[in-house]
Design a protein around this ligand. Structure first.
Ligand code: SF4
Length: 345
C-alpha cells in the first residue's frame, strides 16, 4: 500500500501520499485487532465527507456520504471493489479485509451541513460500500451522522445489508419526524447455499428481512432492493417467487429488482469465484456478458417483469429501478464507481 507510512504529521506535504486518498485525507493509524481477526482498519481523518456523484452517473441522487471504504460483507460481485485500487489496495481479499475508516465523518458532516453553501439536498448512504458493515459495530460513526442529518432536517436515504441499522432505530425515528428518510435493504435472493458462498460476510437474507419488519413495525417505511438477481444461480422462477414472497411477508413497501452487473474490478473476482464454484457456467456468463458490464436488455426486462408480476400477486407496490415511490432510491451500493470529492467548506 503506497500510503501506509503517511501520518498526520505529513499532512500538507504536497508531494506526500495524501494524493492517493483523493488528495483528501491523512492516515492516522492502522489497527489489526483480535476482535476482528483478519481485518485491518485504516483510520483516517478525511477532509471532505459529502461527495458529488459524477454527472454522467446513472444514479438518481447527487450527493453521497461514505464513512468507510472496503467492505467486510465480502460479496463476490461487489462493484465497489475497483475503488480499492485507487488506494493501491487489493480489490479481491484486500477489499474484504482492509477497511478504511473515516473516523471524523460525523463531525465533518455536521460542519459541512452547516455551511452556507450547502442547500440541504438529499444525501444517499450505502451507495459505495455498506455503512452498517461490521466495522460500524466498533466505530459507531452512523449515530453521529444520522444525528447531524436530523439536526439539520436534511433528507437522506440508507441502503444496507447490515442488521446493525436497528441499533440506530431511535435516531432514525427522530430523523423521520423532521425530514424525509428512505431506508432500503438489499436482498437479491433467499437461497442459503448461494448466500453462503456469494455474500459470505453478510447477515442471512431472513435476518435482513427482519430489519425490514422491525423498521416497518416502528412506522419507518422500508423498501427492498432485490439485488443482485444472479443469472443461472438465482433466477429460476421458483427462486424469484420464494424471494418476493419473503419480501412481501416482511412488510416491505416496495421491491426493486436489479440484475447482476459485472464491471471491471468486480468482474474478475466474480468470474474466478464462478470458475471455482460453478465452472460449468463460465461459458454461459461469458456469452451473457459479452457486450460489457450489463446483461442484455431482454434478460433484464424478463427478470423485471417476473418480479413485478410476483410483487403484484403478493401485494407489494413494485417500483421501477431508480424510481421508488417515496424518495430517490438508494442505488445498488457499489454502483458509484469513483465519486468526486467536493469540498463544501
Ligand atoms: S455489495 Fe454492498 S454489502 Fe456487499 S461487499 Fe459490496 S458494499 Fe458490502
Amino acid at each position: 500500500m503506497r500510503w501506509e507510512n503517511l501520518t498526520a504529521e505529513s499532512d500538507g506535504n504536497p508531494s506526500g501520499n495524501a494524493a492517493l486518498f483523493g488528495a483528501d485525507a491523512v492516515i492516522t493509524r492502522t489497527i489489526d485487532t483480535p476482535e476482528f481477526r483478519g481485518i485491518t482498519f485504516h483510520e483516517i481523518r478525511a477532509r471532505t465527507i459529502v461527495n458529488r456523484v459524477p454527472g454522467a452517473s446513472r444514479m438518481p441522487f447527487e450527493w453521497t456520504v461514505n464513512p468507510y471504504r472496503g467492505c467486510s460483507h465480502a460479496c463476490v460481485y461487489c462493484f465497489a471493489r475497483k475503488t480499492h485500487s485507487y488506494l493501491d489496495l487489493d480489490t479481491g481479499l484486500g477489499f474484504d479485509s482492509q477497511i478504511v475508516v473515516k473516523v471524523n465523518a460525523p463531525d465533518l458532516l455536521r460542519r459541512q451541513l452547516g455551511s452556507r453553501r450547502w442547500q440541504g439536498e438529499h444525501i444517499a448512504m450505502g451507495t459505495n460500500v455498506d455503512c452498517y458493515q461490521r466495522a460500524e459495530g466498533r466505530y459507531r460513526l452512523m449515530p453521529g451522522i444520522i444525528a447531524a442529518l436530523r439536526d439539520h432536517a436534511n433528507p437522506f436515504s440508507i441502503l444496507t445489508k447490515g442488521t446493525l441499522i436497528l441499533r440506530d432505530l431511535d435516531l432514525l425515528k427522530e430523523a423521520a419526524a423532521v425530514t424525509e428518510v428512505g431506508i432500503s435493504v438489499s436482498v437479491g435472493f433467499t437461497d442459503h447455499e448461494l448466500w453462503r458462498t456469494v455474500e459470505p460476510g453478510t447477515p442471512a437474507p431472513e435476518r435482513r428481512l427482519d430489519v425490514v419488519r422491525a423498521l416497518s413495525g416502528h412506522g419507518i417505511d422500508c423498501g427492498v432492493l432485490m439485488a443482485p438477481v444472479i443469472p443461472f444461480l438465482g433466477d429460476e422462477p421458483s427462486q424469484l417467487r420464494a424471494t418476493v414472497r419473503a419480501i412481501a411477508a416482511s412488510g416491505a413497501t416496495s421491491v426493486t429488482p436489479l440484475v447482476l452487473h459485472l464491471r471491471p474490478g468486480a468482474r474478475e473476482w466474480f468470474m474466478s469465484w464462478l470458475e471455482h464454484h460453478h465452472p460449468h457456467l463460465v461459458r454461459r456468463y461469458e456469452r451473457l456478458y459479452a457486450e460489457g458490464a450489463y446483461a442484455p436488455r431482454w434478460y433484464q426486462r424478463r427478470i423485471t417483469r417476473q418480479v413485478h408480476e410476483l410483487a403484484e400477486e403478493y401485494g407489494i407496490g413494485p417500483t421501477r429501478p431508480g424510481m421508488p415511490r417515496r424518495l430517490p432510491a438508494p442505488a445498488p451500493e457499489p454502483d458509484v464507481a469513483a465519486p468526486t470529492q467536493l469540498t463544501l467548506l
